[in-house]
Design a protein around this ligand. Sequence first.
Ligand code: 1CP
Length: 364
Amino acid sequence: MDKLNHIDWSENNMTSNVNKKFIRALKGEAVVPPPLWLMRQAGRHLEEYRALRAKNKNFLKFCYSPDLATEATLQPILRYGLDAAILFSDILVIPDALGQQVEFVSREGPKLDPVSKAEDLKIFDRSGLHDHLAPVYETITRIKKKLPKETSLIGFAGAPWTVATYMVEGGSSKDYQKTRTWAYQSPQSFSMLIDLLVDTTSDYLIRQIDAGVEAIQIFDSWAGVLPPGQFEQWALAPVKEIIRRICQSHPDIPVIGFPRGAGFQYVKYAKEAGVDAVSLDSTVPVEWAAENIQPICAVQGNLDNLALLAGGEIMEQEVCRILQAFSGGPFVFNLGHGILPETPVPHVERLVELVRARSTQDHG
Ligand code: 1CP
């Protein structure tokens, strides 16, 4: 890992955030070459992660172990020297902290004891939220002590809509039928669940910032299944309210919104949610986004995670296309969705090399 020699590993704590490449790009600067991080950069594509994870079979316990979560967060930084680290945790710690039964079953994914009506929400108890999530805040403190000083730390949460789908469906879903039917048939009672998630998610993110994260990403992985009116009500409005609350106490912390699959609605979201940046999934045409979104806010994305998995010439072409389209404005290089576990490490190394090798002239 010779390439790490140039990195300054002195304590990250006292460094001003605003000079970091990643933060500058989120605040609207066209940084060349663009800062780079990858969704799910920590995780199963790394053998060191698989080895660490083998030490704790229970995924939630793993997330709540400051030692293990700190190490998992730092692993991709050590290996690739990326511009931002993302806190190792999961979006489902919120239902877990509220008292819903949550379990991660190996090879099947998350399983929750589902809720389906207003009455069911009575089991949720916000009083112990921060005690339950204290290990996450402790993890942030530890990461900050170990992170290279030019690397930013991203905190995150799931958007209320996406977290609600897991709480109502009882796990991953193909059609979100239960959640969407509840939202159509009884919007008042469904909004009680969304409001609860707005309250807890805002508090949780504010605590993450207090503990030291320098930017926030809000993952709305399943926003794309909502038609326009529903998107506005259940994806856009709750995220807007969370960002309003974050801004009240921390006006300078940049927020990235990721309404995955939002299509044309990305524009409305970029204009109205209060985000500093939007993360674009791989279906968004880059020229369209450069013209219609980049003038509103910074953009992040949008390499197809399967192009990264495939590697070779096609990956190189795709990386070039994205860099060319976005090089004139504020941009953070990333994938359109998380790294797949089967992705070979040399493909990621090549990607980092390609993005870093770019200069303004290359795009001229
Ligand atoms: O076996 C394992 O080790 C678990 C695999 C895994 C990992 C590495 C899960 C289970 N979660 C995570 C970590 C994680 N999750 C991170 C931090 C690591 C990083 O990004 O480097 C983050 C930001 C998340 C966010 C997350 N969890 C999202 C939103 C982003 C996205 O990918 O859309 C979602 C939807 C989840 C839920 C989740 N967590 C894990 C699984 C299997 C699932 C279900 C995914 C699905 O329904 O398709």
